[in-house]
Design a binder for this molecule. Sequence first.
Ligand code: ZN
Length: 162
Amino acid sequence: MKKIPSFTIDHNRLERGVYVSRRDFTPSGDCLTTFDVRMTLPNRQKAITPQALHAMEHLAATFLRNHPVWAPKVVYWGPMGCCTGNYLILQGELVSNDIIGLLRETFAFIATYPGTEADIPGATPRDCGNYTFMDLDAARHAARIYLEEVLPDPATVYPAEE
Ligand SMILES: [Zn+2]
């Protein structure tokens, strides 16, 4: 099988940032842009725990799907399997700079989200498949770091192939 394009990026040189990972065109001509919302340095920093990413997923999905401007364009938000960030898929042929403001709002929402795990939207056995698998403090902490250290000047271009 062919190595897919996202596995050809040199993760050892990848910085924290906001990258366009893919652009897919549907048969009807719509473009879907997949963003790589990279929160930790791959293989060089401790990854985020799955419990924190799960809490982040519930909060980000809720925030984005209620956003007054962006909600109709939101296709998907979800954690990366390697736990170094998240994917965001939006409708439209977009570049990273189009969504930095949206990401600032999203991560500010997570970083300041009040309460405990029980206050996370959808954190109930009816609404989620593993509803106690959440770490809100760690989600707030990771969101704060991304908001303050990365989003003011995020990397947006993948490292050139060597
Ligand atoms: Zn869940």
